[in-house]
Design a binder for this molecule. Structure first.
Ligand code: MF3
Ligand code: CO
Length: 247
């Protein structure tokens, strides 16, 4: 069941989202070739706590770190470890924070130094998929409208749309109804009401859209080991459009 939020609740989600946004700006300044993903995770945890919030990924379903950091062919849920970031890598950093009982969630894919033009393009198109999806989105739009727009844009560039992970509702819990698929048919599916808070998060691959799970049970990599990018914001559906909370 989709829980429509009151303005009072949205105010709390907005604060958690502000912290997520600021954390991602902090990551943008700190991320560099030569550091390990674990080192980056430590900085992220410290930053989120300094804002009086919790790094919500830590301990979620047993996840052992504060952020999901997914390099190149890793699509989502990378566990930070001793992997050293190198020039040319693309790195998705997915951050969730909660404060006063409400969650915010966003992800960016960062380029380390000079990356191949084809990878820059993948990162750019993934971000565009999000903005295409929210263009014209408002109360009365359907979930299928979102998926359709993401899929259309990604596939028009020859990219794959990851199917086995989706966006989601968010609020008092990190993952609430509905599931927000990145593929679909315009005009189909649940109609969204004003006050619904969603995470829309295109996960787009350069090659095959299918993924396999790593032995750690978390990290998901593309089956052909080609790179993938991820871009996500938390937003509120309004009568006349959307309000993006993590920008
Ligand atoms: N933003 C990620 C998601 O919605 C965060 C997952 S936290 C984890 O799936 F603990 F599950 F990794
Ligand atoms: Co999410």
């Amino acid at each position: 069941m989709i829980h429509v939020k009151s303005e009072k609740e949205i105010e709390k989600i907005r604060e958690s989202c502000r912290i997520v946004r600021d954390t991602l700006h902090f990551v943008e300044k700190k991320i560099h070739a030569g550091m390990t993903t674990k080192e980056l995770d430590v900085l992220i945890e410290r930053y989120i706590r300094s804002e009086g919030a919790n790094p919500s990924c830590l301990g979620y379903g047993g996840f052992p770190a504060s952020a999901c950091i997914s390099v190149n062919e890793m699509v989502v849920h990378g566990i930070p470890d001793d992997r050293i970031l190198r020039e040319g890598d693309i790195v998705s950093v997915d951050i969730v924070a909660d404060k006063n009982g409400y969650f915010g969630d966003a992800c960016r894919t960062f380029c380390i130094g000079e990356v191949k033009p084809e990878l820059k393009q993948l990162v750019k198109v993934t971000e565009e998929c999000f903005f295409k999806a929210v263009e014209g989105l408002k109360a009365g739009s359907t979930l299928g409208d979102i998926g359709f727009k993401v899929q259309q844009h990604a596939e028009s560039h020859g990219y794959g749309v990851i199917r086995s992970y989706t966006g989601h509702g968010i609020g008092k819990e990190m993952h609430e109804d509905p599931e927000v698929h990145n593929y679909g048919k315009a005009g189909t599916g649940t109609r969204l009401r004003a006050g619904t808070v969603l995470c829309i998060e295109p996960m787009i691959s350069q090659g095959d859209w299918r993924v396999r799970l790593l032995p750690d049970g978390w990290g998901a990599v593309t089956v052909d080991n080609k790179p993938a990018a991820h871009y996500e914001n938390t937003l509120v559906v309004r009568e006349d459009g959307v309000e993006i909370l993590t920008l």
